[in-house]
Design a binder for this molecule. Structure first.
Ligand SMILES: NC(=O)c1ccc[n+]([C@@H]2O[C@H](COP(=O)([O-])OP(=O)(O)OC[C@H]3O[C@@H](n4cnc5c(N)ncnc54)[C@H](O)[C@@H]3O)[C@@H](O)[C@H]2O)c1
Length: 242
């Protein structure tokens, strides 16, 4: 049977790297993309590409190449994103636009290209990475981040509704605190003490690991999740219980 193919954006980040490793271990071919290649895993089944999810012409070129080389994508995991931590009264319009364009519009642009391919191939799974901030509003992140992630949650549901008749499922993971470089932004803004207090207040009293997020994505992409679409999955040690 032909190997399944998984595309990961933001594959050079903490969660993206764990996704690449997870899907590689599931015997899939992984197309790992990010702004730069340094640090991405290499190997027989991992192909690296530079992809800025805000650059329309680069996206077109990338998918022209992918369509020729791979012909299908079975799983898409959208991890590319940036975090900001700033008070509402200080947030600049250009900062707002930048976050929305990477986190939300970037997720839309890549998902749409992959959706078209999946529709042609009569099926596929999209897993988006949002955040608990997208459900409850910004706590330590800023409004631009929270709103972009709320948008990703809604976008996931829109794709799930329209994609169902074509065999496309779409779900979203909303992580809390996951060990990553991204969290250094919190430390920069709030200080180590506040960050430690916040982690201590998590019912499970620790941050999550990127691998735990990847395991959840792997489940959502699997046959075991065939009846799951349009759903939001919290993974936060109990810090936010909806
Ligand atoms: N780490 C956490 O605690 C946490 C919590 C909730 C949600 N998330 C979300 O998980 C996803 C992955 O985050 P992470 O923790 O691995 O952070 P990270 O900063 O380690 O990784 C993010 C990756 O996205 C890439 N990226 C940024 N702008 C891009 C662009 N324009 N085009 C393509 N790639 C771009 C970066 O180069 C980086 O490799 C993000 O969407 C983030 O918002 C993370």
């Amino acid at each position: 049977m032909a190997k399944k193919i998984c595309l990961v954006t933001g594959a050079n980040g903490a969660i993206g790297k764990a996704m690449v490793e997870e899907f590689k271990n599931e015997n899939m071919i992984v197309i790992a993309t990010d702004l730069y290649l340094k640090g991405l895993q290499k190997g027989e089944s991992v192909f690296e590409y530079i992809l800025d999810v805000t650059n329309d012409s680069l996206i077109d070129k990338f998918f022209d190449e992918i369509n020729k080389k791979f012909t299908k994508i079975d799983v898409l995991v959208n991890c590319a994103g940036i975090l900001r931590s700033k008070s509402f009264d200080e947030l600049q319009v250009n900062e707002w636009n930048q976050t929305l364009s990477i986190n939300l519009t970037g997720t839309f642009a890549v998902s749409q290209k992959v959706y078209q391919l999946m529709k042609k191939n009569k099926g596929g799974v999209i897993v988006n990475i949002a955040s608990d901030a997208g459900e409850i509003g910004s706590t330590m992140s800023s409004a631009d981040y929270a709103v972009s992630k709320a948008g990703v949650i809604c976008l996931t549901k829109c794709i799930a509704r329209e994609g169902a008749e074509f065999g496309i499922r779409s779900n979203v993971i909303a992580p809390g605190f996951i060990k990553s470089e991204m969290l250094e932004k919190f430390e920069e803004y709030w200080g180590m003490k506040k960050l430690k207090e916040t982690v201590d207040s998590i019912p499970l009293r620790r941050m999550g690991c990127p691998e735990e997020v990847a395991k959840l994505a792997s489940f959502l992409a699997s046959e075991n999740a065939q009846y799951i679409t349009g759903a939001t999955f919290d993974i936060n040690g109990g810090s936010c219980m909806n």
